[in-house]
Write a protein that binds this ligand. Structure first.
Ligand code: NDP
Length: 323
């Protein structure tokens, strides 16, 4: 068996700051569980922690989600036992083992593998937040979905479509466009084109009800220009860098638009939010509404290559890291 280790950074910067360090697992304290991790999920937020876009306290073990098998539980833990398969969101999952709050660990139902759970937990809860919690997606409305075949996008597109939403996907290449159509997008436009004009043409001049925008800096203006009056710009990510500030008057002039910048952790901070989200997510997986799509898997010791891959925009679906 692999000797226990973590991937740690003592400074922010390029992928070279991610270093493998031998470290024994931490015994669980009261209310905690220790998990031998099968996989850790890679998320864009991990790259923001690495570069310093989202500041962290150093030294820092990155990684925001994982799945594995419970090895030990601390005092007071009643709903988990040694040998249970679990998935969780937390800080420091780039490691062979993870010790964290047992209350925030989701016991995996029969038929859902640890790999699939780590591929969908954070990204699928994000899709749930966007479709059900930030605002409720309604049948008959039209949504612009950016990065439609990425980790979040490949769950958001089929889930939105299943709710009766017409999806116009925005992506960077013809091959990704084909994949977006397979996922259920009714229309696909390339991000290199005149997006506002194309979206107006596809919507009889009306524009879209909502833009689910994970791209940020390079997509912000187009998102605003594609909305119908009282439309929503849901800016939830920064794949191209953080979006520039915008004056409230601009939202007024463009038709009483709504701008929100949701973060998943505000929606699952209480156990009830997490329970509701996980139930919806696993329900959608079981029903076949969404599928875990693991696009690529890296050895955790080569996590730098995984960061380079997601930052280059070349990945499709979810990326897993195997300790
Ligand atoms: P993705 O798999 O979607 O990868 C990013 C995609 O963004 C790329 O594949 C590419 O898709 C697109 N993109 C556009 N411009 C660029 C650029 N300049 N550089 C790199 N990529 C670009 O990543 P995730 O699914 O992990 O995350 C998507 C976004 O959602 C991230 O910004 C992340 O931070 C955010 N997020 C936010 C959460 C929240 O709570 N608010 C929670 C989870 C994720 P294409 O080629 O199709 O344009």
């Amino acid at each position: 068996m692999t000797e226990p280790y973590v991937i740690e950074m003592t400074e922010t910067g390029g992928v070279e700051v991610l270093k493998q360090v031998a470290r024994a697992p931490r015994a669980p304290g009261p209310g905690q569980a220790l998990v031998r991790q099968t996989v850790s999920g890679l998320n864009f937020i991990d790259t923001y922690h690495r570069t310093g876009l989202y500041p962290v306290k150093l030294p820092f073990v990155p990684g925001s989600e994982g799945a594995g098998v419970v090895e030990a539980v601390g005092d007071g833990v009643t709903h988990l036992s040694v040998g249970d398969r679990v998935a969780y969101l937390g800080s420091g999952t780039y490691a062979t083992h993870y010790t964290g709050a047992a209350a925030s660990m989701v016991k995996l139902p029969e038929g859902i593998s640890e790999e699939d759970a780590a591929a969908v937990l954070l990204k699928g809860l994000t899709a749930w937040m966007l479709l059900f919690e930030v605002r409720r997606a309604s049948p008959g409305e039209t949504a612009l979905v950016w990065a439609p075949v990425g980790g979040v996008g490949s769950l958001l597109v089929p889930w939105a479509t299943s709710l009766g939403v017409t999806v116009i996907a925005v992506t960077s290449s013809e091959s990704k466009a084909a994949r977006a159509r397979e996922l259920g997008a009714q229309h696909v436009v390339l991000s290199s084109g005149d997006l506002a004009a194309e979206v107006r043409a596809l919507t009889n001049g009306a524009g879209v009800d909502v833009s689910y925008d994970s791209v940020g800096k390079s997509s912000a203006q187009a998102s605003l220009d594609c909305l119908k009056p009282r439309g929503w710009w849901v800016s939830y990510g920064n794949a191209s860098g953080a979006a520039d500030p915008i004056a409230p008057g601009v939202l007024g002039a463009k038709g009483s638009l709504v701008l929100t910048r949701p973060g998943l952790f505000h929606f699952i901070a209480d156990p009830e939010g997490m329970r509701r989200g996980a139930a919806a997510l696993f329900g959608a997986l079981r029903a076949g509404t969404i599928r875990a799509h693991i696009g690529q898997t890296f050895d955790l010791r080569e996590v730098g290559k995984a960061h380079e891959a997601i930052e280059s925009g070349k990945t499709v679906g979810a990326t897993l890291l195997r300790p």
